[in-house]
Design a protein around this ligand. Structure first.
Ligand code: ATP
Ligand code: MG
Length: 468
């Protein structure tokens, strides 16, 4: 048995973790869930020795490998170099590429990552980087494996492979601690569950058989009400706001169109073209004009792009929250003195903090926020800016159930106000909840078009995999 008792950790005035006790058993998956900012990442960093607690005792936490929530893959190193960062296998004084491949290929194969080992890691998709991160932890043969949101960017088939890997590990006696916002996934894989709220344990290692989804959500959120997306008006034909020639489709004003596909299916290239990151691709027109040819031009044209890879595209991490939320609106806000504007933006940031339940203050640096709260900031900055088109790629990545519902309600209300929305998501439930229709891609072509009446996770999965 591995035990942690009385773990407490403060950041300045904020108590991230307070008197937390947790016990892990070898040979089982123990899930830890909680709202964004509840203290999950702080807990797993302490358990894996990355962070020192202010108080508390650990016993038995040896041989721990951590799959961190924020990817630690080095983009400039190859896949192989990332897998063996400290002690690459050697033959004599030389690093043995053969031995590296012998060790790495089976592990990566199990996870479904089949890229050449000399691929620069920075060129991999976010999903593949996440798999690489998991592969690196597995290669250390840990006796305790801790995974913090390992599937936030993974498509369903990769999640299934990871679950199979975890089952095999626990059958060999490994203790697994699993942090995730996908609560159904958690209830399927875990045998026990701990719920954190505001840094405290509110449900301590209970048997998953004795809880259900609603009970877990209630424990997480307390008596907060979860928003629901009002049933959207029946789709009717609307003037096209976005026209894509290749593959041919249009998005009407006020319409939410989902793009789905397996990795490499070509749907994400459309998002890139819409948001100025792949100029010329697909011959895209927005409001009758060619799509912008740079990210900057896209921002100026009022195209809201919410990426899943927030570190790369979405945030100024070393700037305060209020500067991030006002970054877009700022471009159009030329009135008043600096101080006036700063006050106005501070007030706006406070309103967004309340609306999206962001755990943080306007002056907090974004890199001190928890992962899910950072994602909310990426989304929030566009709410201030009155965008003309929303381009969303896994917009609720790492966001808790309460805030996810809140963000969904906001997206639906923007569509109701006439904004066109293009949404890609690895979370098929998200597509089903929000979209008026979903286009399914394979090899750059649209192979199925599902109307709202036809939409289900199963129908999507069948269409995405058909013929492959
Ligand atoms: N380096 C830091 N400096 C200041 N505050 C921090 C720092 N890291 C975390 N915090 C604060 O500690 C609290 C807990 O954060 P933590 O990252 O553990 O949350 P979490 O449960 O993992 O959330 P999420 O689901 O969003 O990943 C948050 O309020 C966060 O703002
Ligand atoms: Mg976290």
């Amino acid at each position: 048995m591995l035990r942690a008792t009385g773990l407490t950790r403060r950041y300045g005035g904020v108590t991230a973790l307070s008197e937390v006790d947790i016990a892990l058993r070898p040979g089982e998956v123990h899930a830890v869930v909680g709202e964004n900012g509840a203290g999950k990442s702080t807990l797993v960093k302490i358990l894996s020795g990355v962070l020192r607690p202010d108080a508390g005792v650990l016993s038995g936490f040896d041989g721990v490998a951590l799959v961190a929530q924020e990817l630690t893959v080095f983009p400039d190193l190859t896949v192989a170099e990332n897998l063996f960062p400290l002690a690459p296998p050697r033959r004599g004084p030389l690093v043995s590429r053969r031995r590296m491949a012998q060790l790495a290929v089976p592990v990566l194969g199990e996870l479904g990552l089949t890229v050449p080992l000399d691929t620069p890691a920075g060129t991999l998709s976010l999903a593949d980087q996440q798999l690489l991160e998991i592969g690196r932890a597995l290669l250390r043969n840990p006796s305790v494996l801790i995974l913090d949101e390992p599937t936030s960017a993974l498509p369903a088939e990769a999640v299934a492979r990871l679950m199979a890997v975890l089952r095999r590990l626990v059958s060999r006696g490994v203790a697994v601690l699993y942090v995730s916002h996908f609560l159904e996934e958690v209830l399927r894989i875990a045998s026990r569950i701990t719920v954190l709220r505001d840094g405290h344990v509110v449900l301590a290692g209970v048997d998953v058989q004795s809880v259900n989804l609603d009970g877990v959500v209630e424990a997480m959120l307390g008596d907060r009400v979860v928003a629901s997306v009002a049933s959207r008006p029946a789709p009717r034909s609307r003037p096209p706001a976005v026209v894509v020639e290749e593959p041919a489709f249009a998005v009407g004003e006020g319409e939410i169109v989902g793009l789905a596909g397996l990795q490499g299916a070509g749907h994400l290239e459309v998002l890139a073209a819409l948001s100025g990151r792949a100029p010329g691709h697909g011959r895209v027109h927005i409001g009758g004009r060619p799509a912008p040819r740079s990210v900057r031009a896209a921002v100026r044209a009022g195209i809201a792009f919410v990426p899943s890879d927030r570190k790369r595209y979405g945030l100024m991490l070393d700037k305060p929250l209020w500067q991030n939320t006002s970054a877009v609106a700022w471009l159009g806000a030329g009135h008043g003195g600096w101080w006036l504007r700063r006050r106005a933006h501070g007030a706006a940031a406070r309103a967004l903090i309340t609306r999206l339940r962001i755990r943080g203050a306007p002056d907090d640096l974004v890199n001190t926020l928890s992962g899910g709260n950072q994602q909310k900031v990426v989304f929030a900055k566009w709410l201030e800016a009155n965008p003309r088109l929303l381009v969303l790629d896994d917009p609720t990545r790492g966001v808790d159930v309460g805030a996810r519902a809140e963000m969904h309600a906001v997206i639906a209300s923007l569509a109701d106000a006439g904004k066109p929305v293009v949404l890609a998501s690895t979370d098929l439930a998200e597509l089903c909840e929000l979209c008026d229709r979903v286009l399914v891609f394979q090899r750059g072509r649209v192979v199925a078009r599902l109307t709202r009446a036809e939409l289900s996770e199963r129908a999507l999965s069948v269409a995405m995999n058909a013929g492959t």
